[in-house]
Design a protein around this ligand. Structure first.
Ligand SMILES: Cc1ncc(COP(=O)(O)O)c(C=O)c1O
Length: 366
């Protein structure tokens, strides 16, 4: 049986073993585990790659969201509009700063619907936090126009979207703040938790820089209350290495996506991309009525798949106090029953991609 894993860390290790060993030796021999020169080097390299004025390396995408919200002075009494079908961290970050998450339903492409955002705006709304789910860009022109009209901040959750472009510009660089994750499962991945925040605003970047390291301006001066959310030097070195590999990773993922597009039957529904969109294909999601049966069948054939995400955030036990119920966000809820993420990683062979597509076509009788 031809096995198709959903992720393949051993393949990544095999490809990078020598480079990884060299950088490991460098960090251990220097002993600059915290705050090494690699942090600033990574920030500069990311800044050049993304075309973003300021990049602040942090220890997770979740902290990028939390520290970003705090830097914008968003807190108790404020509302932030976000989709209910993200990874829980987007909503949890809003709750973590004491603000209230307000959900807006999504479009056919699983990304937040600007019309639903407009309907959710109240006098307490301070910001919009759209999520580039799967690496597909959200409708930024419509969202930025709404933000400008109502005087709202935009915090892009670009955790899944490194390398995603809209009209040639990198996702995460359109809003006031963009938040990225470099979790092991992301397209640019560390060997543990990691993330970073980007902004065009020097003052916001300075606030986040202070906050990530106890608010300490220098060894003996605490300028403001902070926390500890620094990126480890070792992770920074790994990300510098993998940033050099990222164009090839994205190319291979896009090639796999193009093959799926060509080979999959229309019964495996894929919404058309936004005009001007170049997805990073963090995920390749199909929508099918018989999702659970298809998932089980594929697993029997040795093909691993995933669901992002089976239970919308507004229906999680943690969200009970927000007062939503089944039916509150019908589009997101309907998609949660139908979505299936296919293996898309850069180590798949074209034969494996063809095999997955053929198995799906066979199962769907198409
Ligand atoms: C959409 C989204 N937002 C936020 C996060 C949080 O990032 P992290 O896991 O680096 O904290 C993730 C990923 O895990 C994510 O997929």
């Amino acid at each position: 049986m031809l096995r198709v894993p959903y992720v393949d860390f051993p393949a990544q290790f095999a490809e990078e073993r020598e480079e990884l060993m060299l950088l490991l030796e460098g960090v251990f021999s220097r002993g600059d585990f915290v705050g090494g020169a690699a942090i600033e080097a990574l920030e500069q390299e990311l800044s050049a790659y993304l075309g973003a004025a300021h990049v602040v390396a942090l220890n997770s995408g979740t902290d990028a969201l939390i520290l970003g919200l705090r830097a914008l002075d968003i807190g108790p009494g404020d509302e932030v509009i976000t989709p209910p079908n993200s990874f829980v961290a987007s909503t949890a970050a809003i709750v973590a700063v004491g603000a209230t998450p307000v959900f807006a339903d999504v479009r056919e492409d699983q990304n937040i619907d600007p019309a639903a955002i407009a309907a959710a705006i109240t006098p307490r709304t301070r910001a919009i936090m759209p999520v580039h789910l799967a690496g597909h860009p959200v409708d930024l022109p419509a969202i930025l126009a709404l933000a400008q009209q109502h005087g709202l901040a935009v915090i892009e959750d670009a955790a899944q979207a490194i390398g995603t472009r809209l009209d040639g510009r990198m996702a995460g660089t359109f809003g006031d703040i963009g938040c990225f994750s470099a979790h092991p499962l992301k397209n640019l991945n560390a060997a543990g938790d990691a993330g970073f925040l980007v902004t065009g605003d020097a003052a916001l970047a300075a606030r986040v820089r202070l906050a990530r390291s106890h608010g300490m301006q220098d060894r003996n001066t605490v300028a403001s209350w902070g926390t500890v959310s620094r990126l480890d030097t070792l992770q920074a070195e790994i990300l510098r290495l993998r940033l050099r590999h990222l164009p090839s990773v994205l190319e291979r993922r896009r090639r796999n996506a193009a093959s799926y597009e060509r080979l999959l039957p229309s019964a495996a529904f894929r919404p058309p991309p936004m005009p001007g969109a170049e997805s990073s294909f963090h995920l390749f999601v199909i929508q099918v009525e018989v999702r659970d049966r298809l998932k089980a069948y594929l697993l029997e054939q040795g093909i691993e798949t995933a669901i992002h995400y089976p239970v919308p955030i507004h229906l999680q036990p943690a969200a009970q106090a927000l007062g939503h119920a089944k039916g509150s966000f019908p589009r997101c809820e309907a998609q949660a029953e139908r979505i299936l993420s296919l293996p898309i990683h850069q180590f798949l062979s074209s034969f494996q991609v063809e095999h997955v597509a053929a198995q799906i076509a066979g199962f769907l009788g198409a």
